[in-house]
Design a protein around this ligand. Sequence first.
Ligand SMILES: [Zn+2]
Length: 313
Amino acid sequence: MSHSIPETRLTYAGSGLDRLSEQRGDIALIESLRTDARNFVLAGESFLLAKRGAGFDAGLTNEEAAVAGDTLETALLGKDPRGRGHFARAIPPSRIDAIKAHEGFIVVDLRSIALQGLVPPEDLSALATAKALLFWHERHRFCANCGKPTKPAQAGWRRDCGSCSAQHFPRTDPCVIMLAIHGEQCLLARQTRFPPGMWSALAGFVEPGESFEEAVRRETMEEAGIPAGRVSYFASQPWPFPMSIMIGAFVEAKSDKLKIDEVELEAARWVTKDECRLLLMNKHPARFFAPPPLAIAHHLIKTFVERGEGVFG
Ligand SMILES: [Zn+2]
């Protein structure tokens, strides 16, 4: 695979934190990082943001986090260049109404925080890490090996079973997202769950025993009936909905004859660069549009418009 990393930093990547992955067992260090911490507090699907003048801050002080009440789980996200510890905290969703009544906070889901640009990009990445990690904790309270309760270890980066001693680690699910290219056109599709009018690249989960390239080729064939040639890696993006990583690629279509999987897709069609430009700019005459810049699909389409078949190197 050739490399063509976009210059644009992808949303949800790039926290700039030192994850301290070798020091998560150092309890004295973890405690010292808690003294002047920034706390990213999740309640259900939404985060608490503290009001700061006209803006908002996702990194709550310890005093602000205390207002949110006791945590269900906590995990160390890392240390910023100024030495401050960043922590993820989960609180019960039942507390959201009480917090909304508090003047100092707003409660917002992560997509809206990103779309509205409520916090700096590096904090979006910390929020994404917090969301994926806390989701994993919530669903791994019991041992997958013996069924007994597990408890958090390693500053929130492991769960240990007290019964059979199995250790469980946070996971992220790889998902390929690929733009199929045939000459001067690319393939865009609609899943039924998409907002009306939105067209995007094909996507699907990588299966056990499969390389990313194989997953790209399989999904392109399954969803659109297109035999695939060259695959070119583009970039990857953490996608905490709930805990995936999107692996972006371009794939050469060896045919333009579509045979659509109607269970997976509502529609698919070949789109010219000119039409792609209109989709990216939200100026399409039919009010069709591409995913917003926060999604890697936007950057796949944009890069195809700029470079055409040059994306294959
Ligand atoms: Zn067990």
